[in-house]
Design a protein around this ligand. Structure first.
Ligand SMILES: NC(=O)c1ccc[n+]([C@@H]2O[C@H](COP(=O)([O-])OP(=O)(O)OC[C@H]3O[C@@H](n4cnc5c(N)ncnc54)[C@H](OP(=O)(O)O)[C@@H]3O)[C@@H](O)[C@H]2O)c1
Length: 270
């Protein structure tokens, strides 16, 4: 029995979750709902409360509110009264670092205005020190815009003064069953194309990002100002191949060490 058992729902602290209908935020919603004796209740933020995923969250007991990262006032209202806020931006809707930066800036101003006690900001590292000169410059100043823009946006949360944990996420293993799933080559064999050479690839099940955020909120202020990185498992290409084989039971999956064209192969995105 935990110290929270029996607490009235109204006594619980609110964790407001951006991206609640998506992979990362959805994992956090799941984690809070799976912990009914815990100190938190969840407020799921979506642009459309009538969309099927949002309705499903309400059916499972989440408070569902509408807000958009494009509308600062709506964010302020969605964050009001919350103890904690999980912020994730979705680069892949706009493909624009500027849009992602502007969204993160709005969220940082809104958490400050709402008096939130603890933010978990889902971020990625700045690739520029590592990749400068080795890949083209994109969107004026980036090497990997969706990484670099998130890293730049860290400063908005630091400057806000709101206690923030910087959750550096990583490649979702889910991608290997989705964007990067094995494709059948011209010879009929399944091929998994990840041009990773001999590098190691850290990864995580996307739902575990939300679980980690839940753990960070449970840990309270001690995690604020800190950076948390998902780096525990980083297999090389043989390890990735073993994992895919284990999960799919497909013996034919190959993993080339370098990029080569495969019909239907997708560009790297995470
Ligand atoms: N794929 C990977 O391997 C990987 C790894 C690390 C980091 N990431 C990063 O993860 C981010 C995407 O997160 P995800 O995978 O959890 O997302 P997702 O599953 O694709 O879902 C997108 C979520 O973002 C919400 N959203 C989008 N635009 C919004 C807006 N203007 N205002 C409010 N909410 C908005 C959507 O909510 P509604 O539609 O309900 O409004 C939805 O819940 C990307 O920026 C990506 O760079 C991805």
């Amino acid at each position: 029995m935990t110290q929270f058992r029996g607490a009235k729902l109204s006594d619980k602290k609110i964790i407001a979750v951006l991206g609640a209908t998506g992979a990362q935020g959805g994992g956090l919603v799941d984690a809070v709902l799976a912990d009914p004796d815990g100190p938190f209740r969840v407020r799921a933020i979506t642009r459309s409360a009538t969309a099927p995923k949002a309705v499903a969250l309400a059916d499972r007991g989440a408070e569902v509110v509408e807000a958009s990262l494009e509308d600062e006032d709506s964010l302020f209202k969605a964050f009001e009264g919350a103890h904690g806020v999980f912020v994730v931006t979705n680069f892949w809707e706009s493909f624009s670092a500027d849009v992602e930066l502007a969204q993160a800036a709005r969220a940082a101003r809104a958490v400050k205005a709402a008096g939130v006690a603890h933010v978990v900001w889902s971020t990625l590292e700045d690739t520029r020190g590592v990749l400068d000169g080795r890949v083209p410059v994109l969107q004026e100043r980036y090497t990997v815009p969706h990484f670099d823009a998130k890293a730049e946006a860290d400063e908005f949360f630091r400057a806000s003064g709101v206690p923030t944990t910087f959750l550096r996420t990583t490649f979702y293993w889910d991608n290997l069953a989705e964007h990067f799933k094995p494709q059948r080559g011209e010879d009929g064999k399944l091929v998994l194309t990840l041009p990773m050479g001999e590098a190691k690839l850290p990864g995580i099940a996307s739902e575990d990002i939300g679980r980690t955020a839940h753990g960070v909120f449970l840990g309270g202020g001690q995690a604020s100002g800190q950076r948390r990185e998902h780096r525990r498992r980083a297999p090389d290409r043989r390890g990735v191949r073993r994992g895919v084989r284990r999960r799919t039971g497909r013996a034919g999956v190959l993993l080339p060490g370098a990029a080569r064209p495969v019909p239907g192969a997708r560009v790297a995105r995470w």
